[in-house]
Write a protein that binds this ligand. Structure first.
Ligand code: NAD
Ligand code: MG
Length: 385
């Protein structure tokens, strides 16, 4: 067992994943130390976290809050920077061993790629990074000898099932999906659903964007694409099965027909800790699963005709190039509009589909081309709202 303390850069420290990662750090002070904390605009929480965890550097993306954060932290001996360039720079610091990429959305791509290019180990929560530019990011990771340790619970499950089996070919994987708050509902019943209803996830408490993605099933679509890149799979090797109890986190099926599943109560601290501590499992006091409280675990097909986003994600994955980047951008625009009550729930999938249909497929993309595709897709999606 490696007794060295791992120095972490936690990007998105004020979010759902970020705050839970800090709980893991707090419970394991002999294993982790916080070197960098970075947030979007929640200056108050960033300051509070910095005073508690004493990072070397704190970064706030929203530069209008920079003075406030500096006033609170400079006298404490904590360096403070603002903006996107700073974020891309600090992850490359010599003193950082691992970067937890937990910014939400496309906004996380640049800093994650920067960390990969600097050879940092990555605990990856920001699935959009792989959806937008999976080819680019995994290629850079291979070249730099960087491991991408999944934080997403389904991908952590697959990764845990693969431990000790990396030489054995995978026949297929099943990503489990809770089905979200609208499981079992038909189109007509979804016409007037509100933001408050969509934000009520049955099993997980998460940030607003991913919670809406769970309600549309786009989250599972994004995860299918994430799995393709993480585990080098073909689209037809990735299946989705609805499992409303969220106890089995995903399943690997090997070439001999054997299936391995990883299970446990839904608690993101477990996959976060596994990614940050790999290959070690640390003792934890997370609640344990009790079989008698779950007398039946059930499975059903996803309703793809009601929840169109899952098929849209398969379509984007099959097309390749900038397709998933365009889809992701349209989804971010549509979800933000839904959260601001500017479009109804069912319009989200339509905006994505119309944006994908309107834009030209581009292949052989460099980083700048993904940036351009994201921008053009946002403009198109915005025009549809
Ligand atoms: P969240 O909205 O709760 O937190 C997002 C974090 O990113 C915040 O700290 C915010 O300040 C920061 N941020 C936003 N925009 C930024 C920017 N431009 N620059 C710098 N920081 C910025 O989101 P979350 O639920 O924690 O999700 C984070 C990522 O993890 C997402 O990609 C999500 O899909 C993935 N994920 C989350 C969960 C979960 O349980 N929450 C599970 C699996 C995967
Ligand atoms: Mg997930």
């Amino acid at each position: 067992m490696n007794s060295e303390i791992k120095k972490l850069a936690i990007l998105g420290s004020t979010g759902s994943i970020g705050t839970q990662a800090l709980e893991v750090v707090q419970s394991n002070p002999d294993k982790f130390q916080v070197e960098v904390l970075a947030a979007g605009s929640n200056a108050d929480l960033l300051i509070q976290q910095s005073l508690k965890f004493r990072p070397n550097v704190a970064v706030i993306n929203d530069v209008s809050q920079l003075v406030k954060v500096k006033d609170a932290l400079l006298d404490e001996g904590i360096k403070v920077y603002g903006g996107e360039d700073a974020l891309a720079d600090v992850v490359q610091m010599e003193s950082v061993d691992m970067v937890l990429a937990a910014i939400v959305g496309y906004a996380g791509l640049r800093s994650t790629l920067s960390a990969v290019n600097a050879g940092k180990q990555i605990a990856l929560a920001n699935k959009e990074t792989l959806v937008v530019a999976g080819e680019l990011v995994t290629k850079a990771a291979r070249e730099k000898g960087v491991n991408l340790y999944p934080v997403d619970s389904e991908h952590s499950a697959i990764f845990q099932c693969l431990a000790g089996e990396f030489h054995n070919p995978v026949e297929k994987i099943y990503l489990t999906a809770s089905g979200g708050p609208f499981r079992g509902k038909k189109r007509e019943e979804l016409i007037g659903v509100t933001k408050a209803q969509a934000l009520k996830h049955p099993n997980w408490a998460m940030g607003a964007k991913i919670t809406i993605d769970s309600a549309t099933l786009m989250n599972k679509g994004l995860e299918v694409i994430e799995a393709k890149w993480l585990f080098h799979l073909n689209p037809d090797q990735i299946d989705v099965i609805v499992h409303p109890q969220s106890i089995i986190h995903s399943i690997v099926q090997f070439q001999d027909g054997s299936m391995k599943a990883q299970m446990g109560l839904p608690d993101m601290k477990l996959p976060i800790q596994y990614a940050m501590g790999y290959p070690n499992r640390f003792r934890s006091d997370f609640s344990r699963f009790d079989f008698l409280k779950y007398p039946s675990l059930t499975f059903e097909q996803p309703d793809k005709s009601t929840f169109r986003c899952l098929d849209l994600a398969y379509e984007a994955m099959n097309k390749g190039g900038n397709s998933a980047c365009v889809m992701n951008a349209a989804n971010e625009v549509a979800v933000a509009a839904f959260l601001e009550d500017r479009i109804p729930f069912l319009r989200i999938a339509e905006v994505i589909e119309e944006t994908m249909a309107a834009l030209e497929l581009k292949t052989n993309l460099r980083y700048e081309d993904f940036v351009e595709s994201d921008k053009v897709a946002r403009i198109k999606a915005t025009s549809l709202i």
